[in-house]
Design a protein around this ligand. Structure first.
Ligand SMILES: Cc1cc2nc3c(=O)[nH]c(=O)nc-3n(C[C@H](O)[C@H](O)[C@H](O)COP(=O)(O)O)c2cc1C
Length: 336
């Protein structure tokens, strides 16, 4: 039977977190503890995605989600990308890595991932950075997966609801990591999560999942009270023992209690929220709309960084509540 949010013991979803944090161990621990763990296929090959699904299945028979990135519909401007690559050169030289060069973007093996998810369905498939086609969404549902879509505005929610999803994530402006906005060129919406929830609640009976800046039990209780069926938290799980969060990222979160988060395109070309650091300070005036090419331009620099000032330390505004603990303990902290 297709997964429903009401099947969860706790209405908490551990957000998919590409780039390392969403390990099979984290996902399985959250699902075993009565929430919904989410794997992240972004930046991985389809073959790696398959391995991670197998790893979760070895650890638990509880439902879990797989998240995929929808390829960018609006391509980046080549001239802007070249200028950004040039602006990165001094940075690269200081780190001793080759001068970054713009490469063709690729589609994150989107087609191969969907083919695989249709051939061997998982309980939940979620999409970010845009919407799947109606054919793909319905084929996944026919195959037995619940389909979860993302929206950051009322218009995006309406477009998503037209595909008859099983649930809709409403991501507010305080969220850590990338904004889920469907068009990379848009200015990120500043409509507060509660206002978005309120507006969309009146449009549909599809279960709504609230996300963005939810890091305490009171935050979760507030969005449930406001009509969400579940809360999705990413940042709160970044210091979980089972998470694959990079040590420098962990260090930034633990040392960063006196700083702040900002939304920036400097790391990937798409707006994302992370802890303010020297990389952001230095590159903001050069930043361009350029996902995913900018992600690949900066990735060797981020990989070579030896302190938190050189990395994309994604974090939502609730980061000061992050704590080092098991995923089950973090889930218990959040559960209403
Ligand atoms: C490190 C990190 C990586 C993320 N990667 C993804 C991803 O791969 N797919 C996705 O849909 N959302 C991703 N997000 C966004 C989350 O789905 C969610 O909207 C966000 O974490 C909620 O805000 P919070 O971090 O304040 O809890 C990521 C967030 C973080 C912090």
């Amino acid at each position: 039977m297709t997964f429903r949010l009401t099947d969860l013991t706790h209405p908490i979803i551990q957000a998919p977190m590409a780039g390392g944090p969403s390990t099979p161990a984290l996902v399985a621990a959250v699902s075993r503890a009565g929430g919904l763990g989410s794997l992240a296929a972004g930046y991985r090959t389809a073959a790696d995605m398959v391995d991670e699904i197998a790893a979760v299945r070895r650890l638990t028979d509880r439902p879990f989600a797989m998240n995929v990135f929808v390829p960018e519909v609006h391509p980046s401007a080549p001239g802007d990308l070249d200028a950004y690559a040039r602006a990165l050169r001094p940075f690269a030289a200081e780190l001793g890595v080759p001068a970054p060069e713009v490469r063709p973007a690729g589609d994150d093996e989107y087609g191969a991932k969907l083919e695989q998810l249709l051939a061997d369905p998982v309980p939940v498939v979620s999409f970010t950075f845009g919407l799947p086609t109606a054919e793909h969404a319905h084929a996944l549902q026919e195959a037995g997966s619940a389909v979860v879509l993302n929206a950051t505005t009322v218009a995006e929610a309406q477009a998503a609801l037209a595909l008859d999803p099983d649930a809709l994530v409403l991501q507010g402006p305080l969220a850590g990591g990338h904004r889920a906005q469907h068009d990379q060129r848009a200015e990120p919406s500043e409509l507060p999560l509660e206002a978005l929830l309120d507006a969309v609640r009146g449009l549909t009976s599809v279960p709504l999942i609230a996300a963005g800046g939810l890091a305490t039990r009171a935050d979760v209780a507030r969005v449930l009270e406001a009509g969400a069926h579940a809360a999705q938290a990413g940042t709160a799980f970044l210091l979980a023992e089972e998470a694959g969060t990079r040590p420098l990222h962990r260090q930034a979160l633990e040392a960063g209690r006196s700083t702040e988060t900002v939304v920036t395109r400097v790391f990937s070309g798409r707006p994302a929220r992370g802890l303010r650091n020297a990389f952001i300070e230095r590159m903001t005036r050069h930043s361009v709309i350029g996902y995913p090419e900018v992600h690949f331009l900066t990735s060797p620099l981020r990989a070579a960084a030896t302190d938190p000032d050189g990395i994309n330390a994604w974090a939502g505004t609730g980061y000061a509540h992050c704590r080092r603990a098991s995923a089950a303990e973090i889930l218990a902290d959040l559960a209403p």
